[in-house]
Design a binder for this molecule. Structure first.
Ligand SMILES: NC(=O)c1ccc[n+]([C@@H]2O[C@H](COP(=O)([O-])OP(=O)(O)OC[C@H]3O[C@@H](n4cnc5c(N)ncnc54)[C@H](O)[C@@H]3O)[C@@H](O)[C@H]2O)c1
Length: 367
């Protein structure tokens, strides 16, 4: 591949974050990858697409995804659309011979995710997932030490992800609050990150028991605030889980956690050691081992093969995304193991489905 030529579909919040990442990669990694060309953006109207292309430096703007796929120069499709569009767009892109980077979640449910996975196999193309929190230096440090056996057998774990932004009853009913467009609420939107981190650090799930709750059942429509529509997803989800390795843990996800900003926490407790991580304190990993007390380990911007920005500088949220995007492109270019990939997208979706099923049946669900 002489050039990495990207077509992006969707340009809301995450589209902008991904564009920042692609622009930063040549600065951070100097000459490690071929030139990255932002060739095209696809939006829902031609007027928006043209304006977006001009304002953000894409060569072309499209309102038709199919038309964008016909550009043979594009070799990577970046999917940053609402969840209900992922499956169709991924499958079309793979069949058009493109490799794909897709924002979480992979699809609306496990059935969609499995369908996508079978097209990945059929076409032999690559599908990378965005699970950006895997790329926090503190999480990567925890992963290395856990793999070295420094926790010993893990007894229990705890994960939580809290936002407060949905407490405003006037917040309009967007795609995130409609089950058929999002696949689920707080659990899908934020919980998927925590579930993925648990898999990444501690291993596969064996069973889950869940409960969900919706506090505000109807909200104003985005195009007519006089009219109300039904919220069909959860505002809060709670679950207990058992992992195949024997550990048991709890997870709580809320978009109604008063005073919270972007509060993701994860911890685990083993026979020899324990760790804690807090996204609002993301420069450090808290590590306990062999009865020697808790250590605050500086992890800052300590990435393996980059010196810019200086590893002693504090880390920020967009940097994890950039790293996720860089690692995906590196796998495509050099054939390194792609991680996270479609199998991680499918696994996360099976857990989400099992939690929703358990919340309905009141039973523990096996995976
Ligand atoms: N990894 C993370 O940290 C993170 C954070 C937020 C969102 N996300 C994920 O990113 C994706 C996008 O979320 P967002 O927050 O950017 O949503 P958003 O609502 O801000 O943006 C979605 C964009 O898609 C556009 N769109 C709608 N229909 C389209 C179509 N047919 N063709 C092209 N564009 C279309 C919308 O106009 C909008 O610009 C979701 O899958 C979400 O789960 C990931």
């Amino acid at each position: 591949m002489k050039k990495i030529v990207i077509g992006m579909t969707g340009f809301g919040y995450m589209g902008k974050i991904h564009l920042l990442g692609y622009r930063d990669i040549p600065m951070i990694y100097s000459d490690k990858l071929p030139e990255i060309v932002m060739k095209a953006v696809c939006r829902s109207s031609q007027k928006m697409a043209d304006r977006c292309a001009i304002e953000n430096g894409f060569t072309n703007g499209y309102s038709s995804f199919d038309e964008m796929l016909q550009d043979d120069e594009i070799n990577i499709i970046d999917i940053v659309t609402p969840n209900y569009l992922h499956k169709e767009q991924i499958i079309k892109a793979l069949k058009a011979g493109k490799d794909v980077l897709c924002e979480k979640p992979l699809g609306l449910n496990a059935k969609e995710a499995e369908e996508i996975s079978s097209v990945v196999k059929q076409t032999g193309r690559q599908l990378g997932m965005v699970f950006n929190y895997r790329f926090i230096p503190a999480i990567q440090q925890a992963k290395r030490w856990i793999e070295d056996g420094r926790l010993g057998k893990v007894y229990s774990f705890r994960g939580e992800y809290f936002h407060s932004g949905y407490q405003d009853a006037k917040r309009p009913l967007t795609w995130r609050m409609r089950k058929e467009q999002s696949g689920g609420g707080a659990l899908v939107d934020m919980g998927v990150h925590v579930l993925d981190l648990i898999r990444f650090l501690l291993g596969e799930f064996e069973s889950v028991s869940g409960k969900t709750q919706t506090f505000i059942g109807e909200r104003p429509l985005p195009d007519n605030s006089e009219k109300m529509g039904d919220v069909t997803v959860d505002d809060v989800a709670w679950l207990t889980a058992r992992l195949k390795g024997g550990a048991t843990g709890t997870v709580e996800i809320s978009r109604f956690a008063t005073g919270s900003l972007d509060d993701l926490k994860i911890s685990a407790f083993g026979e020899k050691g324990a760790f804690k991580f807090d996204l609002m304190d993301a420069n450090y990993l808290y590590w306990y081992e062999n009865g020697q007390g808790w250590r605050r380990v500086e992890t800052l911007q300590h990435y393996e093969d980059t010196k810019f920005p200086s590893p002693r500088s504090i880390i920020g949220w967009t940097r994890f995304h950039t790293e996720n995007q860089y690692r995906f492109l590196e796998s495509i270019i050099f054939g390194n193991l792609l991680s996270p990939d479609v199998s991680d997208g499918v696994a996360a979706q099976r857990i989400l489905d099992a939690v929703y099923k358990s919340a309905e049946t009141g039973l523990e669900e096996s995976l």
